[in-house]
Design a protein around this ligand. Structure first.
Ligand code: SF4
Length: 325
């Protein structure tokens, strides 16, 4: 069976004009040669600091942005250059849950209309009573009440709004959902509830998730595999337990060392790796390894050659010259 999703050498560059007298075009390399796959019923967690290109990767996969190059293969079909019309059936199969539960819901629409919009666009049903029943069922599935359908977004808390966003994504029975930082705007107590709900939905439906987050502790809970991005590139990818227990890339090690430990004594004793300097501009990333300006192991080779992903153990790859194949 084909993978649910296969991304091959995906690039998304944004063009920016600069200069006062003479306009100069510059390319923001938001996603730069990223490849990975997601199987049916699997969750891949994608982590990295903000601005590393994880959300742009998600938006390019779902074709909110047209890729600069590379291939997007969904369920064995290459959708990279599909027109809007050709994409319509795939928009039903691929949904997205957005980060901000306040901005992502239209404040002038009722909850029934917000959830029902996807049902109408994709002609899931033309029967009014069936539509109402579907909306009531979706609200119940995400832990809300049927009579919430007639209310407006401002009447709900952040956690409840995110549940509405999830109900909207589920309305068309997708096979794949891109969860773009779905919990980062929520209170910690609500985050676990939303993650548990997403896991339960996955168990019941077998859908795949790309779970984008900067909170590495929550992403560990939900993901089967983890990908780590830095400055538009994938620097490490592998089974969750391998990446967390045996991180290979110096950037992954630094990210993991920053996860707080609940026990105060262990937290005090741990060896946190503090990265020097800022993330360089994606317009003009460093030559060779993009991480080299912040890496204490950097050598001359790191400045000359861009490392590619190499397999270091079964289901674990890293892009770093410290590892030779
Ligand atoms: Fe550091 Fe070189 Fe590895 Fe990049 S390739 S992470 S600079 S050691």
């Amino acid at each position: 069976m084909a993978s649910l999703l296969e991304i091959q050498a995906l690039k998304k560059y944004f063009t920016k004009s600069n200069g006062f007298i003479k306009k100069v075009e510059q390319h923001v390399k938001a996603v730069d040669n990223v490849s990975f796959s997601i199987e049916h019923g699997e969750t891949l967690g994608l982590v990295g600091e903000s601005g590393c290109g994880k959300s742009t990767t998600g938006r390019t996969i779902i074709k909110l942005y047209q890729p600069t190059s590379g291939r997007i293969i969904f369920d064995g079909v290459d959708i990279t250059n599909f027109s809007e019309k050709e994409m319509l059936p795939y928009r039903k199969k691929m949904q997205m849950i957005f980060q901000d539960p306040y901005a992502s819901l239209n404040s002038r629409m009722t909850i029934a209309d917000i959830i029902g919009e996807a049902i109408d666009v994709h002609k899931v049903t033309t029967s009014k009573s069936e539509r109402d029943d579907m909306i009531a069922d979706l609200l119940t599935r995400v832990g809300l009440m049927k009579d919430h359908a007639s209310r407006y977004p401002h009447e709900f808390s952040g956690g409840q709004r995110q549940r509405i966003g999830i109900a909207r994504a589920l309305a068309v029975n997708p096979e794949f959902i891109i969860c773009d930082e779905p919990i980062s705007a929520l209170d910690v107590s609500i985050q676990a509830q939303v993650v548990n709900m997403l896991e339960e939905i996955q168990r019941n439906t077998g859908m795949g998730y790309l779970f984008i987050a900067h909170d590495l502790s929550m992403v560990k809970h939900i993901s089967k595999r983890i990908g780590v991005m830095y400055l538009g590139q994938l620097v490490e990818i592998g089974d969750r337990d391998k990446v967390y227990s045996n991180p290979a890339h110096p950037y992954t090690k630094a990210l993991l060392s920053a996860i707080p430990i609940p026990d105060p004594l262990s937290e005090k004793a741990k060896n946190r790796i503090i990265l020097q300097g800022d993330v360089p501009s994606p317009i003009n990333p460093p030559s060779g390894c993009h991480f080299r300006t912040r890496c204490k192991y950097s050598t001359k080779e790191c400045a000359k050659c861009d490392p590619v992903l190499k397999t270091i153990e079964n289901n674990h790859q890293v892009a770093c010259h410290l590892f030779k194949q």
